[in-house]
Write a protein that binds this ligand. Structure first.
Ligand code: CP
Length: 312
């Protein structure tokens, strides 16, 4: 894998999920990445992705360097042919080229700005990394996708060994506008496993059509929850009314009562989660969100190991 930015970069999702679970059983493999350096570049905040990917690198014997753009480096210019006489001190193409001189693999996190839909869905920052780095690139969450999260999510579901599980994916409320990346990504990954998937969201929260293609969509949360083995909950802002938080009259927060509709459904969320907004404390305390977060380590490790095997 020269890049890990979407499910399309993965030759076999099933094999990668199995690899992540095998690494969970035997994570410490210090010679795989010996003398190799991972660079992690963050344009946005992170707790899990930052720590789990570093831990994954350490498990493989890699060294890791972390850069917080905006705090640690120069202000980057993204425009092509810009006369740089304003506030930007360095062009992203120079920064990426230089970082790839120091690192064997680069990871980058760059969220949607949620202002111009076309710009976000063009993935301009990620594309700069793909165009100018001479080393493999891992998305640590981009404007439209979060593939490391999705790989961990699939590994988490697979670890329960349920034959053709029912997976309910539900929108939930949030006071601020959030990107569509986690849900977009989960949908394109979960299509690769043998599962019954139902997506529920209020009118106005339709996702970009290609991610939803082939997925059953309902506008009543309870309909999706019926008999679900897994309940994956996430907020996203409107794609159609791009980046807007639309009024919703029903309460879409997950409660213990709603969870009784499921087949002892396991509540999933990528975290961070707003307690008693997305789901109640009781739901979160009974959930598998920490298993999910733990599996981020092995998802990252599976991707790093695959890349290291190809470059060494
Ligand atoms: N789930 C996730 O990506 O968490 P962070 O934003 O904290 O990395």
């Amino acid at each position: 894998m020269k890049k890990f930015t979407s499910v399309r970069d993965v030759p076999s999702v099933d094999a990668l999920v199995k690899k992540a679970l095998a690494l969970k059983a035997q994570p410490i493999q210090p010679t795989v990445g010996q003398h190799k350096v991972l660079g992690l570049v963050f344009f946005n905040p992170s707790l899990r992705t930052r720590l789990s990917t570093q831990k994954a690198a350490f498990n493989l014997g890699m060294q890791c360097m972390v850069m917080n753009v905006g705090q640690d480096g120069w202000q980057l210019e993204m425009g092509e042919g810009t006369v740089m006489d304003g506030s930007s001190q360095e062009h992203i193409k120079d920064a990426v080229r230089v970082m790839s001189e120091y690192c064997d693999i680069l990871g980058v996190r760059t969220f949607a700005a949620l202002k111009k839909r076309e710009e976000d869905y063009q993935e301009l920052v990620l594309e700069h990394f793909l165009n100018y780095a001479k080393v493999p690139i891992i998305s640590l969450e981009s404007a439209t996708r979060h593939p490391l999260q999705s790989l961990a999510d699939l590994a988490t579901i697979a670890s329960f060994g349920i034959k053709r599980p029912k997976v309910a994916v539900s929108w939930a409320p949030h006071p601020k506008a959030l990107p569509q990346a986690v849900t977009n990504s989960f949908l394109e990954w979960v299509k690769k496993m043998d599962a019954e998937v139902v997506l529920a969201h209020p009118p106005g929260y339709e996702l970009e059509p290609s991610f939803v293609e082939g997925i059953k969509v309902v506008d009543q949360q309870e309909d999706a929850l019926q008999g679900a083995d897994f309940v994956y909950v996430k907020n996203w802002s409107s794609y159609r009314h791009y980046g807007k938080v639309l009024p919703v009259t029903e309460n879409w927060m997950l409660t213990p009562k709603k969870m009784t509709l499921t087949n002892q459904g396991r509540f999933m969320h990528c975290l961070p989660i707003r307690r008693n907004v997305i789901a109640t404390d009781e739901v979160i305390e009974q959930s598998i969100v920490y298993q999910q977060a733990k599996n981020r380590e092995y998802a990252a490790q599976a991707v790093l190991k695959t890349m290291l095997e190809e470059i060494s």
